[in-house]
Design a protein around this ligand. Structure first.
Ligand code: GZL
Length: 322
């Protein structure tokens, strides 16, 4: 082949290669970056939620920036501000409490960075501060627990005294799981919440509060209403140390339906577990991609859940993913 033609061919190949690399680099630049501000690592539910978010981001080819706020709102706000400064494509977070988010979300809006709420909701007037909220309906979860109690005690005259282990003060799950219960039992005077205190969704917190309830109220307590499995498991430790038989002397109602909760039901120590799925990662990544693609999203994406009584625990436990 003449020299000049070889040179022309080499030039053609060179430019094709440059274009390919260029396009490749450009395509690499197109990788979506998501900034996620997690509540903390306070419970088995939260750990499973973090695993779901991280694995779903990897599966979706989304570049994930992740922070753990150790259950402190100021740390979540700091993390969101850092994502704004880094100009991420989308910000997502699980708000540790319902209030106090307007300032930082206005900063995100001004920076034209869309925000997705996952797991927990916020109490803001301006709903344009976030694109969508993906997570459970905690009010309905509380109603389901209340309806289980009504059925369990339908043939008993009462009084049925309830000791409540609340989740993190000011958080949507704590507020709504309480509100859902009260909504159901308000028309049935035999039910009475005689004690209510926050164990902050942790096992240690649940044990500490239950120790105090045992000392103060003793066997007047008929039901322990724990806002999550970790606190229920802590309360079970406290009750057993006091010589009580949780699940028998006292009904134990819990939320999350984690493997730990199922194992306690199989052991006869939790009577019913209201499911609250932490496996929100895949739905979140779909929402992120849809937002970047300019699609419209519903303001609320509710996760489907159920209620597991002790009677089905042994059969269902092997199928549980968290
Ligand atoms: C509920 C979630 C709660 C869980 C707890 O969606 O926010 O926080 O019920 C967790 O286990 O700590």
């Amino acid at each position: 082949m003449r020299h000049s033609r070889r040179v022309a061919l080499a030039a053609l190949l060179g430019s094709a290669l440059t274009l390919a690399i260029g396009t490749g680099a450009h395509a690499e630049d197109k990788k979506i970056t998501l900034g996620f501000a997690q509540v903390g690592a306070e419970s088995a539910w939260r750990t499973a939620n973090t695993v779901s978010v991280k694995s779903a981001a990897a599966d979706a080819g989304i570049n994930l920036k992740f922070s753990d706020a150790q259950q402190k709102q100021e740390n979540q706000i700091k993390a969101i501000r850092s994502y704004i400064a880094q100009k991420v494509d989308v910000i997502a977070f699980s708000p540790v409490v319902e209030s106090g988010w307007e300032p930082v979300l206005i900063e995100a809006k001004n920076a034209k960075i869309p925000v997705i709420l996952t797991d927990r909701n916020i109490d803001v007037k301006d709903k344009s501060l976030y694109v969508t909220m993906i997570g459970s309906d905690f009010l309905e979860e509380g109603r389901r627990a209340g309806k289980w109690l009504e059925e369990r005690y339908k043939n008993e005259p009462g009084p049925i005294n309830i000791a409540e282990l609340q989740g993190t003060v000011g958080s949507a799950p704590a507020n709504d799981r309480r509100a859902g219960l009260l909504e159901v039992i308000k028309n049935d005077p035999k039910f009475k919440v005689i004690a209510s205190q926050s164990g902050d969704f942790t096992l240690a917190g649940g044990k500490q509060v239950m120790e105090a309830f045992v000392k103060t109220y003793g066997k007047k307590i008929n039901v322990v209403y724990a806002h999550n499995d970790d606190m229920a498991l802590g309360a079970i430790q406290a009750m057993e140390e006091a010589g009580w038989k949780p699940g028998k002397d006292v009904s134990v109602v819990s939320f999350d339906a984690t493997k730990g909760g199922f194992q306690a039901m199989v052991a006869g120590k939790i009577n019913v577990d209201v499911e609250c799925s932490p496996l929100l990662g895949p739905q979140l990544m779909t929402a992120v991609k849809d937002i970047v693609a300019g699609k419209q999203l519903p303001k609320r994406i509710v996760t489907e859940e159920t209620v597991f009584p002790m009677s089905v625990a042994a059969e269902v436990l092997p199928t549980r993913k968290y």
